[in-house]
Design a protein around this ligand. Structure first.
Ligand code: F6P
Length: 551
């Protein structure tokens, strides 16, 4: 029997604590405590996490961990890794961690049949990646594959795209990997404009094999290749499918040996470790793909074994909950200071917001507390010249995750040092701020008149006390990237447990999908078009024809 979150004594204690400490200055806590950085930071699986720039002290942390314990985070964690059906809304397991368990008897154990299935598919992915990378796999006219285009959207796009982008310098021997996601012929043209159809392989990545965008793009690809619908013999050299719906891929015309399974216990946004990662294995080689899995597994081991007070995903989750539920922040900015991670904010947007952007509990009751904040961000330093103004002087406080890579891709040189210095400086500035008194002194020192100082000082004052976490990777490698992604996965899981929501369904995207089909019928003049409001009807009339016939 789960007690409602807001009725738990641990929740109420945190509320009382927050009222008492909300206004204290993080900078002052640093001045009073020289050991603060060491106490509120930790390292695991090659990832360093500094969470000392949050408005927390030992008492706060104890209360947050008490809430995690009372929410049975440890029990849920055990159930997740053991393959229990924790996706209650869909009555499924959420066993993506099994995809990176190596079956060697470590803590990350997967149930036996799952382990066998994972090993078999990994073997097939390895053979495929090798055949393509070595030039053995040929297009129907005998040309080796020069470009692989992954067609997929959401979880069937963002994970592989993030990893391929991040590790593009890791191994340049393979073919080029491109990603087509949007149902926009302009996007299709951009992706294929300079490609040779005879040397191009498409990976159709779709768990359901019914996603409108992916199927439309797959059809465009077929036409672009000059193939006939159905079982055109040329198709087997140019199409691979990754799906949980074998029969739908067959119906599209994919030969059975080119279809790779995606089990129902892998959610789309957690699927890059599965055959959905085929484009990764082709792009960086199977060794690289296995290293990515190894890195994630190291984080899994840590998540399972470390006591909560040293458990990085738990600490990240609980500082996030502290900001969101007790200090009232409503969004989280993710700012990686390395170009390779430019897709991380978009990837986390799906992972966090599709998982925990929920308004009912696992039992279906409306929540009386905030759940997932809005996740957004962009690569630093670019973000400093766009939205950082708002972070420093906007009305609301927005916590930031700074992600910093110690050694840049090309070694430690001047630009890398500048990049890292900017990240550290921004987190320091957000916390310290600059009060009006100091601003006035500076302006006076610069020779401004009293009148000028009065006018300028308010605009040049920074409130500070804005929290951030800093995550440090030694280098951007398959291992460290695997560990980083797994860190966020487990953070999201812990938050979902505490918020009492089901983190593994995404019913919220269905209504829009249904209506898109219905509205499309209005455009084509289908008289059986749906009952629709005046604005939507007006827009359909403005944007196309057909609405009159449907009215
Ligand atoms: O956007 C909703 C969603 O179902 C995601 O959860 C999923 O990753 C994406 O669509 C793509 O779905 P599929 O892999 O089935 O094409």
């Amino acid at each position: 029997m789960t007690t409602r979150l807001d009725r738990m004594p641990e929740w109420q204690s945190l509320n009382a604590h927050a009222r008492a400490v909300a206004d204290r200055r993080i900078g002052v806590m640093f001045r009073d405590d020289p050991g603060r950085f060491g106490r509120f930071s930790g390292e695991a699986a090659g990832i360093f996490l500094d969470y000392s720039k949050h408005n927390i002290d030992s008492a706060t942390l104890e209360l947050l961990l008490a809430l995690a314990r009372a929410s049975d985070v440890e029990g849920w964690r055990e159930r997740q890794f053991r393959g229990k059906r924790i996706n209650v809304a869909e009555d499924r397991a959420a066993l993506h961690t099994a995809l990176r368990s190596d079956g060697d008897g470590g803590r990350v154990h997967a149930p036996g049949p799952v382990r066998e299935e994972v090993a078999e598919v990994l073997g097939r992915i390895g053979t495929l990646a090798e055949a393509i990378r070595s030039g053995q796999w040929r297009g129907h006219t005998g040309k080796p594959v020069r470009t692989v285009v992954n067609i997929g959207i959401g979880g069937s796009h963002l994970g592989p795209a993030l990893v391929c982008r991040a590790l593009s310098r890791h191994d340049r021997d393979g073919p080029e990997i491109r990603f087509l996601s949007n149902v926009d012929s302009g996007h299709f043209d951009e992706i294929t404009r300079d490609l040779d159809p005879e040397a191009t392989l498409f990976v159709l990545a779709s768990k359901t094999f019914s996603t409108q965008e992916t199927l439309a793009n797959a059809e465009s690809a077929r036409q672009w290749l000059g193939l006939r619908p159905g079982r055109d013999p040329g198709a087997e050299n140019h199409f691979i499918a990754v799906t949980g719906h074998h029969e739908r891929a067959l119906a599209f015309g994919i030969v059975p040996e080119n279809i790779y399974p995606l089990p129902d216990w892998v959610g789309g946004r957690f699927s890059l470790w599965s055959a959905i990662g085929i484009s990764i294995a082709i792009g960086i080689g199977m060794e690289g793909f296995r290293a990515l899995l190894r890195g994630a597994r190291a984080m899994d081991e840590h998540f399972l074994a470390a006591p909560l007070e040293r458990n990085l995903p738990v600490l990240m989750a609980m500082t996030g909950i502290w900001c969101r539920n007790f200090l009232g922040t409503s969004s989280l900015a993710v700012v990686p200071y390395t170009q390779g991670l430019e897709l991380l904010p978009a990837f986390l947007q799906q992972m966090e917001m599709e998982s925990n952007g929920k308004r009912v509990t696992r039992k279906g009751e409306e929540v009386a507390w905030e759940t997932c904040p809005v996740i957004w961000g962009a690569v630093g330093t670019n973000g400093q010249h766009t939205f950082f103004q708002h972070l420093h002087q906007g009305v609301e406080t927005i916590p930031v995750d700074f992600i910093v890579v110690k050694e840049g891709a090309d070694g430690q040189d001047g630009t890398q040092r500048k990049l890292v210095a900017n990240a550290v400086a921004q987190s320091a500035a957000l916390m310290a701020g600059r009060d009006e008194e100091i601003v006035r002194q500076h302006l006076s020192g610069a020779g401004l008149t009293v009148d000028q100082i009065d006018r300028q000082a308010p605009h040049r004052t920074y409130p500070g006390n804005r929290p951030s976490s800093t995550i440090v990777l030694e280098r951007l490698t398959p291992e460290s990237l695997g560990a980083l992604i797994a860190l966020y996965e487990h953070k999201v899981f812990v938050q979902g447990v505490v918020w009492q929501v089901c983190s593994f369904d995404q019913w919220g995207v269905e209504l829009g999908k249904e209506l898109a089909v219905a509205v499309d019928r209005l455009f084509t003049g289908d008289a059986a078009g749906p009952e629709i409001d005046g604005s939507t009807r007006g827009l359909v009339a403005l944007l196309g024809s057909g609405v009159e016939t449907a009215s």
